[in-house]
Design a protein. Sequence first.
Lengths: 317, 250
Amino acid sequence: MAGTWVFVEQKDGNIRKVTFEMLSELKKGGDEVSAVLFGKGVEGLATDLAKYGADKVYVADDDVFAAYNTGAYVAQITAMIKEYKPNCVLFAHSFNGRDMASRLAQKLDAGLATDAVAAEITAGKGIFTRAIYAGKAIAKVEVAGDPVLATIRPGVWDVGDTAGAGEVVKPALAVTPADVYQVQKSFAATVSARPDLAEAAIVVSGGRGCKGAEGITLVEQLADVLGAAVGGSRASVDSGWLGHEYQVGQTGKVVLPNLYIACGISGAIQHLAGMSSSKNIAAINTDTEAPIFNVSDFGVVSDLFKTIPLLIGELKK
Amino acid sequence: MKVIVCVKQTFDTEAKIELKDGKISEQGINLIINPYDEVAVEGAIQLKEKGVASEVIVVSAGSDKAIDAIRTALAMGADRGILIKQDTGADEYARAVALATAIKAENPGLVLAGHVAADDGASQVPTRVAEILGFPHVNVITGIEIADGKATCTTEADGGSAVIEVAVPAVISSQVSWNEPRYPSMKGIMQAKKKPVANVDAAAVENKTKIIEFSLPAAKTAGIKIEDEVDVCAAKLADWMLNTVKIQVK
Ligand SMILES: Cc1cc2nc3c(=O)[nH]c(=O)nc-3n(C[C@H](O)[C@H](O)[C@H](O)COP(=O)(O)OP(=O)(O)OC[C@H]3O[C@@H](n4cnc5c(N)ncnc54)[C@H](O)[C@@H]3O)c2cc1C
Ligand SMILES: Nc1ncnc2c1ncn2[C@@H]1O[C@H](COP(=O)(O)O)[C@@H](O)[C@H]1O
């Protein structure tokens, strides 16, 4: 077999954790694992990738790769796939990962499984598990192909500690000006000292029960004590207390933290779609009948305005 | 400029999922327009109101029932529809080929879609359609300006928000926060009944993927629930977090 590739998600030299999750998981399989790294001035990241399992690191370093660009990235990886013939290429199920993987799949006239939560990969074939209908059903999808293509949901695999050789390979540049059909005019990074919602180990979310900015501030204070990300229900987003990028649920983000704390959230089916796979769920809600208690591991029937300050006090003891 | 909007008919987000003969049962399910596609339809209508779009055409691939999704879009203000008859088991590849074939025949100036279907959503179809048509694409937009043959899109990106410019024709997919879709008016619903909907057959292509099994997740069981004085609630919750979940406090 020609090995399995993981497309590296990085921005400004920071590799996203999901990349390490994929490398670690594939490393368990025994097949050769390679990381595919595109960017500008990124070769130094190869050691990090080796640490989590990359036997080889393909580095395409050029100005054209400085920011994610679908056409340029797809042209480059297409040429590399033709030359090195990997058995399988995995991407993160992120904005960039799914964008790139779908354009690549169509270019190769191939199938693609997106947002997979489990994978069984053999030569020329992958069987991927996908949570569909907002997690209300599960489908196993077979993708045959050369290579097999999939995007993997962040957080489903653990980061391991098996290192690979990390041999750096530098493929030829395969991008033409015509491939650069998107021009990024600007990028406004979300400035936050808190971890990224999609990758955080703990998420504290606030819903309509927060009643406004004051309640959301309590949620934020709890998050900061825990080093957690902040999230919210659609009610908080629609009320303008939080931006849409914080929405958890069917039309927001799917999160998979070790601990999810729902504060003043009723637990509507569309909200559960985004968080019910969390490893541990806590809920603070004044209504003992709130459906969130049906999915929570630990619930307290109490007022969040009184509970959160006391909880913070207890945690800091 | 002709604007085409891809609308998929999906299950109501409240729908309870059941299996019948190993497949997802459609029995008793209320069908709606995919919420993201509703936003794309609204975006197209607003482009028409601004004088940027000359005509808004909605296209849906699916069973005969998908006509309802088309009629809803027509009632919102789209001008005409195209229903592509296709087996609902068609995968993202087969759907993209079917849609691209119908879209190509219309020679549009812009193609809008949702960025993901809320049912078995894959976030693949719009990008695949763009590749087939040889158009640029931009996904997950929260705003768009069209001028001088270019679409300037604000997008929700990893870790922030990007402004991306592409030449039109292009395929652009929506984020729900782009706009607030209008409710069809009574007049709109009446007019929609008279708007033309063409029926076409899907291009005959094979799926590239195969679903080998559907299953339902194990039901989640409720855990501990404390109904007590607030200080007891807070103390017990803290204890569970520290000693059962074993979190670290900063
Ligand atoms: C197509 C579609 C897509 C949707 N997508 C999403 C999505 O992605 N994410 C999402 O979240 N929703 C989504 N929704 C909306 C969803 O149906 C619910 O309306 C929403 O989740 C409700 O938010 P909430 O729980 O904050 O508010 P509510 O349902 O109003 O619940 C507020 C809760 O706060 C409790 N409360 C009140 N005061 C206090 C207090 N002082 N202390 C503690 N608790 C208190 C109440 O008991 C109640 O349970 C979607 C809906 C549709 C139709
Ligand atoms: N059968 C279909 N008919 C029309 N549009 C579709 C269909 N399937 C997918 N789409 C479009 O592609 C988007 C993303 O779908 P998906 O790739 O399946 O998540 C949807 O929001 C629709 O705009």
